[in-house]
Unconditional design. Structure first.
Length: 214
């Protein structure tokens, strides 16, 4: 039996097989994830990412990122320090936050692999359109525990899986680098286990605050 790649729970079941791809679901956190044997390699991932046009000067892309930036900035103290985790080839969100007066670092395993940027803690960490790509989400979730200071914020953007019946036709599933699909329950389950408060949850954005002492 395959354990959940996020929470480690041993009870996962086959959720669906679509176009030859096997998706499993955790019985605890309800993450839906692609079979490990079918995960894309780094070269395939980079080919797909290079197709993205994440221009920091694109007004439409800024509006898209504003879904996360605006509710997050409402809650941040002045001069808070942040990290954009998985910034991609065009770190538009980091620029938006810098323009608003926040000190930013960026990190990405392909486009900005700067290990010193992972030496937290930070007042806040943003993670936009990243969680659905993670091959080892348990390790990255644990990393957030060290990157975000107690009392700090984690801002996540990923499209929630809310309709099982639509899953085979869902455009989000069709991206070959999208291998993890999160539900609102997944974030609440992790928050309850690991000392976070879910403060804002509206598809596709989650804002979590790390509890003092967690």
């Amino acid at each position: 039996m395959t354990a959940c790649c996020l929470c480690g729970h041993p009870h996962t079941t086959l959720f669906a097989t679509v176009e030859g791809r096997r998706y499993l679901r955790c019985g605890a956190c309800r993450l839906t994830f692609l079979s490990r044997a079918q995960l894309p390699d780094r070269a395939e991932e980079k080919r797909q990412y290079d197709l993205h046009r994440n221009d920091p000067d694109d007004a439409g892309y800024r509006r898209f990122l504003g879904q996360l930036a605006e509710p997050l900035m409402e809650r941040l103290p002045a001069r808070a320090r942040g990290l954009d985790f998985g910034c991609g080839p065009g770190p538009a969100l980091a620029r938006m936050l810098e323009e608003a007066g926040f000190a930013m670092r960026v990190w990405d395993p392909i486009y900005a692999d700067q290990p010193d940027a992972l030496a937290g803690p930070y007042d806040f960490v943003t993670c936009t359109e990243v969680l659905e790509h993670l091959h080892q989400p348990a390790g990255e979730w644990a990393r957030f525990q060290t990157l975000v200071a107690p009392g700090g914020w984690l801002g996540v953007m990923t499209r929630f899986l809310t309709d099982d019946g639509h899953f085979p036709r869902w455009h989000y599933r069709r991206d070959p680098t999208h291998v993890c699909f999160w539900q609102p329950h997944t974030f609440r389950w992790l928050a309850n286990r690991d000392g976070w408060d879910v403060v804002h949850l509206a598809n596709p954005v989650v804002l979590l605050r790390r509890r003092e002492g967690a």
